[in-house]
Design a protein around this ligand. Structure first.
Ligand code: PM9
Length: 463
């Protein structure tokens, strides 16, 4: 579409055909809901939420084309037509020859971790992700962060804060030897760093290093299209390359990948593992029948696979991705315009508030980000998520709380769901909390589950 100089930089490339009413609540109702949810936004009932920015996972609005695809679901137990369509779409969009469907991303993480990792292995990666790291640990490995230092600094404006620091990686290889490093766990649009991209230059250097040491790269490509968009926008030499071509190039440097299709691929459920190595594929195809279902459905209905096949093509559409990331940047800039501290630059899928700077009077063990997420809900019915000390969990060996430098609240934007007015209300809600920040106290954790505690932990406010 041609754009004059007076045209805004992004706009939605769709119109709305179906609406879902949401419920407005009073402050009193929200306070009661929060107490009932033990001050954990994951435990709130969705009916009590006005604007739901908990996650972009499985929360996207599907297109009419995807919904039409749901009607041609082939629900045969074996050999569904939609499986073959999905396989073809993956080959064409990403370039991997083999695919094993799973019901969502963590199931694929489980399978690949069990296949590749042995007891005592070291898994280097560009910042941990909660479920990825857990599955690597459950398989006997230890995740080691090799992301660039800038990723841990919310103020750094580095355009590619997702990059791998090759010196850190080399030091790890020297210390443990290649035999104890089964693969590099590379993520595009690094979630816990604030939705920050990796550059193609860095991926190429990583590939050269890994090839010379015989270490394969496995990619978490959950948000690869968003990463590709940032490469197109920021990396010299790519402004005329399509997002689709950039996605293909990223994938070409990797031996395999897992995907939570609930994000980029615009579906409400779905995931898969993709591979180049036939032997690893054989093992994965066998394991999936133990945990998910036959290798031609992997825990999904035929209609889900069809929606995924269609959604992944839409995910690399230039106008779609520009509007998707454009909306996130709009919200980030708006919130920051009143001095609210956010992670810079604004990421691809979410705006991350810097809770340490927002509530500097709280100790990290008083869970400032958890409290801030709760206060934002209380203020305006906007649901967000903690990404700090609660999400980081405990050190496996010492049992101590891990204290990440990043103590963040994530306002995550579902794709194609909310309007610009919703973004404005979200920013206004954050500003209201910002205005009364000095009076906000911390939380005490009163229940802690063993795995992925952020999902189900219970808190009570410190009075
Ligand atoms: N991500 C998210 O909200 C949903 C669950 S954790 C709060 O960000 C990456 C980079 C993810 C991810 C999920 C998974 C797991 C793997 N990698 O949720 O199992 O962001 O489909 O995928 C969530 P599934």
């Amino acid at each position: 579409m041609s754009e004059g100089s007076r045209r805004r930089s992004w706009a939605e490339p769709f119109k709305i055909k179906v609406v879902e009413p949401v419920r407005m609540t009073t402050h009193q109702e929200r306070r009661e809901a929060l107490d009932e949810a033990a001050w954990n936004t994951f435990l709130l009932k969705s009916r009590d939420v006005y604007i739901d920015l908990l996650t972009d996972s499985g929360t996207s609005a599907m297109s009419d084309h995807q919904w039409a695809g749901m009607m041609v679901g082939d629900e045969a137990y074996a050999g569904s037509e939609n499986f073959y369509h999905l396989e073809r779409a993956i080959q064409e969009t990403y370039g991997y020859p083999y695919m094993v469907p799973t019901h969502q991303g963590r199931a694929a993480e489980h399978i690949i971790s069990q296949i590749l990792i042995s007891d005592g292995d070291i898994i280097p990666g560009n910042m941990y992700f909660t479920t990825t790291k857990l599955h690597q640990e459950l398989a006997g490995g230890t995740f080691v962060d090799v992301i660039v230092d800038e990723a841990h600094d919310p103020e750094s404006e580095h355009p590619f804060k997702g990059n791998v620091d090759l010196n850190k990686l080399e030091a790890l290889v020297d210390e443990y030897g290649v035999d104890r490093i089964p693969f590099i766990s590379l993520a595009t649009t690094v979630n816990m760093a604030g939705g920050q991209p990796v550059s193609l230059e860095n991926i190429k250097e990583l590939h050269a290093f890994c090839s010379s040491h015989g270490i394969p790269i496995y990619l978490d490509k959950t948000r690869v299209a968003e990463n590709a968009y940032f490469i197109k926008e920021r990396e010299p030499g790519y402004s005329d390359t399509s997002v689709q071509e950039i996605v293909q190039e990223i994938c070409s440097y990797t031996e395999g990948a897992w995907m939570s299709a609930k994000k980029d691929a615009l579906v409400n459920i779905g995931g898969y593992l993709v591979l180049r190595d036939e032997e690893v594929f054989e093992q994965a195809r066998n394991m999936v029948v133990v945990y998910e279902g036959l290798h031609t459905y992997g825990g999904l209905a035929g209609r889900d696979m069809e929606a995924m096949a269609r959604g992944m093509v839409e995910s690399v559409d230039e106008e779609h991705i520009k509007a998707r990331v454009g909306q996130v940047i709009y919200l980030g800039n708006k919130i920051a315009s009143e001095g609210v501290p956010i992670v810079k630059p604004v990421g691809g899928h979410a705006v991350f508030l810097n809770a340490k700077a927002f509530l500097p009077h709280l100790d990290q063990e008083e869970y400032p980000a958890q409290r801030l997420a709760a206060e934002i809900y209380l203020e305006g019915g906007v649901r967000s998520m903690e990404r700090g000390i609660v999400s980081a969990g405990r050190d496996e060996k010492t049992g101590e709380n891990l204290r990440p430098n990043l103590e963040l609240v994530r306002l995550t934007l579902p794709r194609r769901v909310y309007t610009q007015a919703h973004m404005d209300v979200t920013a206004e809600t954050v500003w209201e909390v910002w205005d009364r920040r000095d009076s906000i106290k911390g939380l005490e954790m009163v229940y802690e589950p063993k795995y992925l505690r952020f999902f189900q932990a219970c808190f009570k406010p410190i009075e």
